[in-house]
Ligand binder design. Structure first.
Ligand code: SDX
Length: 431
């Protein structure tokens, strides 16, 4: 085991260094405070590994993303979403029999308790579906009280996992139906995951619903591309909440809420809203594009080029490359001519040739084109982040499961106190 020496106030301390399977190195500082009295300060945990993990590897400099060692490009092209969910959660690609069992397990758990339908009636029509999804996901635990114990035997955990994957899709679709005042559509066991989700969202009891296989295939690809991404904000949130031995439903519900933020999963909605503003303000003209680029570079404007930049990727986000290609194909297949896509491409070209973005290594991330693809598929803007959540669910589950199986301690970081030193109570007359 190699070590790193540190000289702290004249005392040399050695800390073990750890090398991961892709040669990434970490300093194990578990004894730092005991040995030196020091703690580390690292806003946003930009330089801190919070766990070892075998689930996902990404290399931000080279734009590499692999789930359990499989390149994202191959999985997006060749696998189904449930196949990738199984891979992330259980560590290996499923055999045909394993996939059949997993798929039928999900299919047979898509119904939610009829009482939950009444919950939807309580929400105002304008309720954001992410808020509905987060609260209804946590509410699922009320119907499965045995799931509150994260240390159940494996079979019971597997059952909870199937229920979560199956029922969140139904909850998502029904939250959309609630937002447009339409009757809910019950899941159809004859349909696969992606087709069923589209059916529950867009079918109406008044007429037959035709499944568009190109849209189904695009949705399958999008769900796979969003399925996991190492210790991003929402995934680590799931770990933190799960570390207190709160249930998987509670941990995932917290992950959904973290994903909602516009700096994280909410960016796909923010991108399309940004593009719409640019469209309304003059469209893709060179002058208008340059005006907006200048605004995104000006800190005073408080506006960022949403869908650009990433904490880890300092090169192209491989998912953005795949989604951009899929967006072109699907819009072409569906004969959709979306002026916002032209604006997105003009903006991307301008930013990639602008020193501000080049110097700060800001490239398109997963959210830059995904919203345009969802839009082409008929998915409304405030459902974009819900689609992201459904895709990321297997990643959250896999990380929670890894944390529980590793018997990791409750997350409880330290702080550096910079407040008042000791002072005595002052009676109100003296204040
Ligand atoms: C996701 O972590 C993950 O893996 C996330 C994700 C996943 O799959 O889970 O990949 C999904 O969340 C993608 C990111 C979606 N968010 C956005 O697109 C929002 C816009 N992007 C940013 O706000 C920003 O780039 C972050 C939040 C994504 C990353 O922020 P960091 O790493 O904390 O970097 P930062 O905010 O400190 O920015 C560094 C510099 C700053 O300028 P300086 O203070 O150094 O002068 O770059 C600037 C920022 O102002 N900057 C941008 C910018 N992003 C960063 N300037 C303009 N437009 C932008 N988009």
């Amino acid at each position: 085991m190699s070590t790193v020496k540190m000289n702290v106030e004249g005392k040399t301390i050695e800390f073990p260094s750890i090398t991961g399977s892709e040669s990434k190195k970490a300093l194990d500082i578990s004894n730092l405070r005991a040995e030196t009295g020091y703690v580390t300060l690292d806003y946003g945990l930009k330089n801190t590994a919070v766990t070892k993990s075998s689930i996902t590897f990404l290399n931000g400099e080279e734009g590499i993303l692999r789930y359990r060692g499989y390149p994202i490009e191959q999985l997006a092209e060749k696998a189904s979403f449930l196949e990738v969910a199984y891979l992330l959660i259980y560590g290996e690609l499923p055999t045909l029999d394993e996939l059949d069992k997993f798929t039928s397990g999900v299919t047979n758990h898509t119904l939610i308790h009829e009482n939950m339908k009444k919950f939807f009636e309580g929400y105002p029509q304008h309720a954001h579906p992410m808020g509905v999804l987060a609260s209804m996901t946590c509410a699922l635990s009320s119907f499965y009280p045995e799931s509150l114990d994260p240390n159940q035997e494996e079979k019971a955990i597997d059952q909870t996992i199937l229920r979560l994957i199956a029922k969140t899709a139904t909850i998502a679709a029904w939250s959309y139906k609630n937002s447009v005042g339409h009757p809910v559509m019950y899941p159809q066991n004859r349909l696969d995951y992606s087709a069923n989700l589209l059916y529950m969202m867009f079918a109406k009891p008044t007429e037959p619903y035709e499944i568009n296989n190109k849209v189904v295939s695009a949705l399958n690809k999008l769900l796979i591309l969003h399925a996991d991404h190492e210790q991003n904000c929402s995934t680590y949130t799931t770990r933190v909440v799960g570390s207190s031995q709160a249930s998987l439903y509670a941990a995932v519900s917290a992950g959904i809420m973290a994903l909602w933020g516009p700096l994280h999963g909410g960016a796909n909605q923010a991108v399309v809203e940004m593009l719409q503003k640019i469209y309304d303000d003059g469209g893709a003209s060179k002058e208008n594009i340059n005006k907006w680029i200048a605004r995104f570079k000006d800190k005073e404007s408080g506006q960022r080029l949403m869908g650009f930049g990433h904490r880890v990727y300092k090169n192209f986000d491989p998912r953005a490359t795949i989604i951009k290609k899929a967006a072109d194909e699907v819009l072409d297949d569906l004969n959709v001519d979306d002026p916002l896509l032209d604006i997105a491409k003009e903006l991307e070209f301008a930013a990639l040739n602008d020193s501000y973005f080049i110097d700060k290594k800001l490239y398109p991330n997963v959210d830059y084109y995904s919203g345009l693809l969802y839009r082409a598929m008929g998915i409304p803007t405030d459902m974009f982040t819900v689609m992201f959540a459904l895709g990321r669910l297997p990643g959250w589950i896999a990380n929670w499961k890894e944390m529980v199986e590793d018997k990791q301690p409750i997350t409880r970081p330290r702080q550096i106190y910079i407040g008042e030193n000791k002072r005595d109570y002052m009676p109100i007359e003296g204040r």
